[in-house]
Design a protein around this ligand. Sequence first.
Ligand code: ATP
Ligand code: MG
Length: 179
Amino acid sequence: MSSPSITDAPRRLFLALWPEEAERRRLADLAASVAGRRRVRDDHLHLTLVFLGATAAARLAGYEAALADLPTLELELVLDHYGYWPQPRILWLGSSRTPPELYERVADLHRRLRGCGFIPERRAFQAHITLARKFPGPAPAQPPTAPVRWPVNEVALVESLREEGGVRYQVLRRWPGLG
Ligand code: ATP
Ligand code: MG
């Protein structure tokens, strides 16, 4: 029996909405204004749709096949609302009117992934962008003065890489689109 090579090691993956430069800048400005030095790094800002966790290569191939024909997603997120979860001490940005299409997309992702053996979280999906961790709370009393409008049309497959000093995210591919 051959021993698995290092490239066969499971990878820590998730599906997310990944902001383009313009939206990332606006999100980063908000994070800086409300969370100061506790804010999430600018290049880490994202919205997780499905956390896939440690994923072996064969499993990943199945997921990619199951997601290959994802229909186009076109919606606009209006991020106008701060929230705070005291237990993980997370300050987040969300929408007071998350489009139903986003929930439908997450449900569709779950359906497709389930067919490949993925077990979705029991917790209901809550669309949020983590702005700060280890945040003392509470959330700012006032909502953002100008909501961030984020036109969304792709789902990104992202790898979370453990590195010295923390984590790094790498977008592996996007759907629909050219991959
Ligand atoms: P760190 O764990 O080092 O604080 P992180 O949480 O940003 O960094 P990951 O743990 O790799 O990095 O998580 C990647 C994304 O998946 C993040 O958006 C995180 O909130 C989300 N995530 C992580 N674990 C889970 C989980 N068990 N259920 C749902 N979402 C998760
Ligand atoms: Mg984590």
